[in-house]
Design a protein around this ligand. Structure first.
Ligand SMILES: [Zn+2]
Length: 400
């Protein structure tokens, strides 16, 4: 139960959020068109995108703006409405270390936002966003993408302009929308590795610190009444397509591993876990997150990840892009790039999740940003309705 004053301050926060989004809270229902009326129509839409690999597409795609193009499409008449967006990482396309010039380009492409403000996009870092092992920890991503708004002069992110305020750090943070609780976790360099970014390309295999894991576990345990949405650049082991051991690669005619979804470096790094969140608290294949979910099925409604780029109909390892395990629905949302990987694996796309007031179902829809796989636009074959553990509540209505 919320104390009354907490309730009131939450309601004020939400009204302020609506105002920041450009919504009037006093318009009667039906005054606005469907496409701009989401709070009044009881809908909350979350655009989820990942892996634009900005510099890579710009270079190999003859100036292709993987991030800005997707933003412009979403805001176009044939696009879709969204209230917030989640960016699940690999905004950098450098196979070496990310550099300032690409950071400036990322900020420039975010300027394509015309109907939304930058702070409506909530970001987390991927493996390509990591800096060198001997550099300040993840400095590039913190400087240019900057979820907590600590480097506004570079990132153009203002902490006070977030429609739903962030609690936490660049490495892990949460925010709430009604009874939705978003837990955002960044991928980092594994401290025990001596070789990594700058040497091993993207250095695949996902990493979080022990502090991040313990924070996540505590948040999950303390928020049983919330609909919990976890997000990390990687999915967990044996969930969605190619997320099992060694499934990031294929074997050649001689039986040797070769690049497939991810780059293979003979005898180096941790290729076995290239497609999943492999390192937790410096333990390989720790099973830490999986064990928590297994012990209390359904406590986390959604786990949103990315990282493995492949065709929408790929089911390598007997797993598709949306799978349920431990009562949690996993979605691999990757990605926006057309040039990080082979053409058959790079089908630019993103997802829209639509939550409806009082409904315990969320609609997931896939949007194709090019016509490489099927005509550009919605790809309805992928539409899913996902059951939630409890009905969604918008704060404005519940507190009014
Ligand atoms: Zn990645």
């Amino acid at each position: 139960m919320l104390h009354n004053s907490a309730m009131n301050s939450r309601r004020r926060d939400f009204l302020r959020s609506l105002a920041a989004l450009g919504f009037s809270t006093f318009l009667p229902a039906g005054t606005l068109s469907q496409s701009t009326a989401s709070p009044q129509s009881g809908k909350f839409r979350v655009w989820v995108f990942s892996d634009p690999h900005v510099g890579r597409d710009l270079k190999y795609g003859n100036g292709r703006e993987s991030l800005a193009d997707a933003i412009r499409q979403s805001e176009s008449p044939s696009g879709f409405d969204w209230d917030i967006a989640l960016d699940l990482g690999d905004i950098s396309g450098d196979v070496g270390l990310p550099k300032d010039a690409e950071g400036e380009e990322v900020v420039r492409q975010f300027d394509a936002l015309k109907k939304h403000r930058r702070e409506q996009v909530y970001d987390l870092g991927g493996n390509h966003d990591r800096s060198g092992l001997d550099e300040p920890q993840e400095w590039w991503w913190r400087k240019w993408v900057d979820p907590t708004g600590e480097h506004t002069q570079f990132s153009h992110v203002g902490a006070s302009k977030r429609p739903f305020p962030i609690e936490g750090t660049w490495e892990r943070y949460s925010f709430r929308v009604g009874n939705l609780l978003f837990l955002m976790m960044g991928d980092i360099n594994e401290p025990s590795q001596k070789l990594g970014r700058g040497t091993l390309g993207g250095n695949p295999a996902g990493v979080v610190s022990g502090d991040t894991f313990r924070w996540w576990q505590r948040m999950v345990e303390q928020n049983a009444s919330s609909i919990i949405i976890s997000a990390h650049h990687y999915v967990l082991k044996n969930t969605t397509v190619a997320s099992g051991d060694w499934e990031g690669f294929r074997r050649d005619e001689k039986g040797q591993w070769k690049d497939w979804y991810h780059g293979y470096y003979e005898g180096k790094g941790s290729p076995r876990g290239a497609s999943y969140l492999y390192w937790v608290d410096s333990k390989q294949d720790s099973g830490a997150f999986e064990n928590v979910l297994n012990a209390s099925p359904g406590r986390v409604d959604l786990w949103l990840g990315a990282h493995t780029h492949t065709a929408p109909n790929d089911t390598y390892g007997g797993k598709s892009h949306i799978e349920q395990r431990w009562g949690t629905t996993f979605i691999n949302v990757a990605g926006l790039t057309k040039y990080m990987g082979s053409p058959q694996n790079c089908i630019p796309r993103s997802w829209v999740l639509t939550f409806t007031e009082a409904s315990d179902e969320v609609a997931a829809q896939c949007y194709l940003h090019t016509s490489d796989f099927a005509p550009q636009g919605w790809f309805p074959k992928f539409d899913r309705v996902i059951k939630l553990t409890k009905p969604f509540r918008m704060p404005a209505k519940s507190a009014a």
